[in-house]
Design a protein around this ligand. Structure first.
Ligand SMILES: Nc1ncnc2c1ncn2[C@@H]1O[C@H](COP(=O)(O)OP(=O)(O)OP(=O)(O)O)[C@@H](O)[C@H]1O
Ligand SMILES: [Mg+2]
Length: 139
């Protein structure tokens, strides 16, 4: 397990860029953390690092978006509204978990069946509302 302190949103994007360097097709990344923790901000960095163009928006209302123009396709899922196990392959993604990097917000307890292994990124905020620092653990 790795523990990091991330001071700003730009630093969170930089962490995503750094993470993207080790990501390869078939990888599953599960993001946990409260509303506004910085999950989508991290995905913005992952997408940029993979070379995907175009803005990464929160996929909350569409559940998933696929960014195809980077080094590896990126599937970005927001499972917030899904109450049961997500079969990402059942979503109309037109891309397979095996060939993409799949990053799932709110995916804990829902997407474990998609892959034997996964990277879990937990983001927590400071109890001080004015403090933008996030604590991130990678396991
Ligand atoms: N250190 C930081 N790391 C990440 N985001 C930060 C940080 N400091 C401030 N922010 C801001 O916090 C907000 C995080 O929002 P973001 O959409 O990434 O959260 P989220 O975890 O995806 O939330 P949701 O569960 O609603 O999808 C952004 O507005 C971002 O600019
Ligand atoms: Mg989000």
């Amino acid at each position: 397990m790795r523990e990091l302190t991330v001071a700003t949103a730009d630093d969170m994007r930089a962490l995503g860029v750094q993470m993207s360097r080790t990501l390869k097709p078939g990888d599953l990344v599960v993001l946990t953390g409260d509303l506004g923790a910085g999950k989508t901000t991290l995905v913005q960095g992952i997408a940029a690092g993979l070379g995907a163009s175009g803005p990464v928006l929160s996929p909350t209302f569409v559940i998933a978006r696929v960014y195809r123009d980077g080094r590896v396709p990126l599937v970005h899922v927001d499972a917030y509204r899904l109450g049961s196990r997500v079969e990402v392959d059942d979503l109309d993604l037109d891309a397979d978990v095996a060939e993409a990097v799949t990053v799932v917000e709110w995916g804990e307890g829902l997407v474990e069946g998609l892959s034997d292994e996964r990277l879990v990124v937990s983001i927590t905020r400071s109890s001080d509302e004015a403090d933008e620092t996030r604590h991130v653990t990678l396991s």
